[in-house]
Every structure is written in structure tokens, then in C-alpha cells.
Design a protein around this ligand. Structure first.
Ligand code: 5GP
Length: 205
């Protein structure tokens, strides 16, 4: 069975990563949206095992030491990480996996999984980004300020990504990501087995 694609989506807070991932998973069959572990307390409406697995710092440390995390990072004072086992299991079943992670985590995935695809989600403008961050209403003013200045720094990382997607219209952005996924699956380097079988059938090999 062909291994599923590993898709990494990063972008500043307020770019709309969560919404895009949810819509993508609703519209595409056979894609698994990886649920991260975090030491951040749940926001109103967030559920354990749905949005994140909410764990203690001690539990996070243990998981990290046991090699249970594919990547991890400290973001805005809290720890976040991707459970390795589920990602590998799903991929080996042929299921595509999407990780919504920050730029530090993406760097680690780049070193460990050279076949992953890296996408960076952008807001249509920085003014719009500010409006979106403020509009959430779930953060304190100092956190809003920090998230906005971090967004500027994160933009410099974009050159390490394969694709940039501007999230002006949700459906348009989702359609672009679907197109990227479809194109990536057609890469010759990802289809060596099929190619070899065809060549064998034709008596060339
Ligand atoms: P939030 O607290 O708003 O849900 O997420 C804050 C930041 O942490 C976002 O940029 C999000 O992409 C990032 N993040 C969420 N899960 C993970 C993860 O498993 N690993 C890393 N490296 N970053 C994550």
C-alpha cells in the first residue's frame, strides 16, 4: 500500500489554520487531522481529545523522553507536540495526515520526514490579521500584542516552505490546498512502485 502524504500547515495566529484544516478534512476523504498534545489550558468550548489532548508539563516531559513526539515546541509559554505513533500508523494505512504546527515544529519535521509537504497560510493583509486576532476575544491584550509581533517574525520563515496559500476566502484556500495535495501525489518520486510495475508489464524490465 502506498504510504499516505504528510502535510504540514503553519502560519501566524489568526491566519485561519484551524478553520482551513477542519474544512479540508470535511471535504477530503482519507485525511487525518493530527490532534496535538498541549500544556495550554483549554479555551472555552475546546474539548479534550477533539481540539487537543490537554496534559500536564510532567506528562509532556515523559512523552518527549519516551520518543513519543514527532516534533514539539514551546509556543507562547506553553508546550505543544505531535504524537508520533498515530501519525505513523495512519500514514502506513495509506491515509494522508495533516499537522497544524508552528514554524519550530515544522523545522523538526523537515529534518525527520523528507517526504513531507510544507504549506504556509497567510492572511490577505497584516491589517486583516490584526482584526482577526483581536476579534477572537479569547486572549488578553498582552497576548494579542505578542501574537501579532510573532506573526511578523514567522513570515521570514516562509522561504523554507514549499507553498504559500493566502486565506482571503476559506473555500478558495481549501481548493488550493486540495490542488497541492493532488499534485504532490502525482510526483514521479512518490510513484516509483507504480512506474516499475508498468515497466515490468511492458517487458522493459
Ligand atoms: P493555539 O494555542 O492558538 O491553539 O496554538 C498556538 C500555536 O501552536 C499555533 O501556531 C499552532 O499552530 C501551534 N501548535 C499547535 N499544535 C502544535 C504542535 O503539535 N506542535 C507545534 N510545534 N506547534 C503546534
Amino acid at each position: 500500500m502506498k504510504k499516505g502524504l504528510l502535510i504540514v500547515l503553519s502560519g501566524p495566529s489568526g491566519a485561519g489554520k484551524g478553520t482551513i484544516c477542519q474544512n479540508l478534512c470535511r471535504q477530503l476523504m482519507g485525511i487525518y487531522y493530527s490532534i496535538s498534545v498541549t500544556t495550554r489550558p483549554p479555551r472555552r468550548g475546546e474539548k479534550d481529545g477533539v481540539n487537543y489532548y490537554f496534559i500536564t508539563e510532567r506528562e509532556f516531559e515523559d512523552l518527549k523522553e519516551q520518543g513519543g513526539l514527532l516534533e514539539w515546541a514551546r509556543v507562547y509559554g506553553n508546550y505543544y507536540g505531535t504524537p508520533r505513533y498515530k501519525v505513523e500508523q495512519r500514514r502506513s494505512e495509506g491515509c494522508d495526515v495533516i499537522l497544524e504546527i508552528d514554524i519550530e515544529g515544522a523545522k523538526q519535521v523537515r529534518e525527520r520526514c523528507e517526504d513531507a509537504v510544507f504549506l504556509f497560510l497567510l492572511p490577505p493583509s497584516m491589517k486583516e490579521l490584526r482584526t482577526r486576532i483581536e476579534g477572537r476575544g479569547t486572549e488578553r491584550p498582552d497576548i494579542i500584542k505578542e501574537r501579532f509581533s510573532t506573526a511578523y517574525r514567522e513570515l521570514e520563515e516562509i522561504r523554507h516552505y514549499d507553498y504559500m496559500v493566502i486565506n482571503d476566502d476559506i473555500q478558495e484556500a481549501v481548493d488550493i490546498i486540495k490542488a497541492v495535495i493532488a499534485a504532490e501525489k502525482c510526483r514521479v518520486s512518490r510513484n516509483e512502485e507504480i512506474l516499475n510495475r508498468l515497466l515490468e508489464e511492458g517487458g522493459i524490465r
